[in-house]
Ligand binder design. Structure first.
Ligand code: AMP
Ligand code: MN
Ligand code: MN
Ligand code: MN
Length: 292
């Protein structure tokens, strides 16, 4: 596949915190011109079979995907896994463990919000969670908008759901090495998601990348809906410096909330980069008629 393939290897469905079911997302990806797709729900592979079958029916080449929440240097880092066996018991079990804390965390978040006068946030957020095990800050944000506390989702995050704010509850997610091993152990490739979002110092970022590589991680997102143009230039250099494979994905969650639609990223990977999809050719689920 060409470096300028319209690959979208990062997006979310109702299986985590997106608003569209996997089948609807598959149709939207196809309609928007995606040529290689991966659904990467947070900490859950329960949507993979549905996405794969929907993609196959549409003639859309598919890679399995997931986005794993990791705690590194006291911050949350997201690791995308691509092209793994979604039935592999170690990744399935590992993800079940990391999801385990979300229910209790959500109740604590609701208590924090109740203290500033916002009632019923747990039940309200739960209504938005297609999968109660995956109840996330995004679902709280949607409820707070619906209940009229804020005008939009980003405002909820700013005022209520980020560090130091009343609805923020820190959580211990998976260890970096575990997340990478679940992915690679299941035959997949691990990718650092949206590196421009973490606000790491250069020293912290160097530690993240070198530890990630030491654990067997091989890729980094360069072109993503969460990067500015400057981030894309910076992480092109980072990928080259560390000889990492480059990935591309919208991080689409919802037609109402997301800045970039699935398949509608404005940028391609620089021709100097090695795309992750070249290393994953043997893991692509091709539609019935085989490679185009
Ligand atoms: P959680 O895994 O429950 O901590 O929720 C994290 C999710 O919240 C991310 O995957 C994003 O979808 C969303 N999110 C995080 N920060 C923001 C923000 N500043 N504005 C909008 N959505 C955000
Ligand atoms: Mn999300
Ligand atoms: Mn993310
Ligand atoms: Mn994401």
């Amino acid at each position: 596949m060409h470096p300028h393939t319209n690959a979208d290897l990062h997006c979310h469905s109702t299986v985590s915190d997106g608003t569209l079911p996997p089948e609807v997302l598959a149709e939207r990806a196809k309609a928007n011109g995606v040529e290689l797709w991966a659904l990467t729900d947070h900490d859950e592979v329960g949507g993979q079979q549905r996405a794969l079958e929907a993609a196959r029916a549409l003639g859309l080449p598919y890679l399995t995907g997931v986005e794993i929440s990791v705690t590194f240097a006291g911050k949350v880092v997201h690791i995308v896994g691509l092209g793994f066996d979604h039935h592999d018991p170690r990744i399935v079990e590992g993800l079940r463990t990391t999801r385990g804390g979300r229910g209790a965390r959500a109740k604590e978040m609701a208590e924090g919000l109740a203290q500033v006068g916002i009632r019923g946030a747990y039940e309200g957020a739960l209504k938005y969670a297609g999968n109660p095990e995956l109840i996330s800050r995004t679902h709280f944000a949607r409820f707070l908008v619906e209940a009229g506390h804020c005008a939009d989702v980003p405002e909820v995050f700013r005022r209520f759901l980020t560090e130091g704010k009343p609805g923020y509850v820190p959580h211990r997610w998976a260890a970096l090495g575990d997340a990478v091993r679940w992915i690679t152990g299941a035959g997949g490739l691990a990718v650092i998601a949206h590196p421009g979002r973490y606000g790491f110092t250069p020293t912290e970022e160097y530690a993240l990348i070198t530890e990630f590589i030491a654990h067997g991680g091989r890729g980094i997102e360069v072109v993503t809906g969460s990067h500015t143009a400057a981030d894309m230039v910076q992480y092109t250099d980072t990928a080259l410096e560390f000889d990492l494979l480059a990935s591309r994905g919208s991080d689409f969650h919802s037609p109402e909330e997301s800045r970039v639609d699935v398949g509608r990223l404005g940028e391609h990977l620089s021709g100097r980069l090695k795309p992750v999809w070249n290393a994953l050719e043997h893991r692509i689920h091709w539609p019935a008629h085989g490679p185009a």
